[in-house]
Design a protein around this ligand. Structure first.
Ligand code: SAM
Length: 198
């Protein structure tokens, strides 16, 4: 059950109010909107993979930012939106064999969030583990020059993640959107231009 403090904060949150006005499912949409405003990568991407897509706030931003991209979505929970450009897999992305599929993506987005324990370093380890899993399948999922953008909760595994990304991407940057709560340890990592082996 959601705590009283959460409910109060949520009710007074300007981004929650704006999301309602604009018809967005959630305030998470604004984080991707800010990322897109700065980097403009969604509008250039034909095939997009979204991990942790439900209920679909980010997917709404993708649909609005690019009129023709194909969006492959994975989540354990149902999406709240439908669109004929969305190919939704209701499953644990870890159980899917990406190595057997033909499509490669221009952009991989992850807003995955494991169930939290409230213990910061444990939660950080859990989300980092998911990111390491994605890094392990990059060679069979991302196109040459593709981008990988993901959320992480800050912590000590970050260094290792950045180190691994720097080996295969041209550039790696941090981004903290204004719509991300300042007190939250959440940060977005933007890995730019995958360098596939020739
Ligand atoms: C913060 S929410 C995503 C919000 C979404 N980006 C949006 O804008 O509506 C995180 C999501 O990650 C999903 N998730 C967590 N572990 C997962 C896994 N192993 N495979 C697929 N989805 C997972 C959760 O079910 C949850 O819906």
């Amino acid at each position: 059950m959601k705590s009283k403090t959460w409910v109060l904060r949520h009710k007074n949150d300007q981004f929650v109010k704006r999301a309602k006005q604009l018809g967005y499912i959630n305030r998470a949409a604004f984080k991707l909107e800010e990322i897109e405003k700065k980097y403009g990568i969604i509008k250039k991407s034909k095939d997009i993979l979204e991990l942790g897509s439900s209920p679909g706030g980010w997917t709404q931003v993708i649909i609005n930012s690019n009129i023709s991209s194909n969006i492959t979505c994975f989540d354990l929970l149902d999406m709240k939106i439908k669109n004929n450009r969305i190919n939704f897999f209701k499953k644990d992305f870890l159980s899917y064999n990406f190595k057997n599929q033909n499509v490669r993506f221009d952009l991989i987005l992850s807003d995955l969030a494991p169930n939290t324990t409230g213990h910061k370093s444990t939660d950080h380890l859990k989300i980092s583990q998911m990111i390491f899993e994605i890094i392990n399948i990059l060679d069979s999922t991302i196109k040459n020059k593709g981008w990988f953008i993901f959320k992480i909760w800050k912590g000590e595994e970050e260094k290792e993640i950045i180190k691994k990304l720097k080996l295969v991407f041209n550039k790696v940057e941090y981004f903290k959107p204004k719509s991300s709560r300042q007190e939250s340890s959440e940060i977005f990592i933007i890995a730019i231009e995958y360098q596939a082996y020739e």
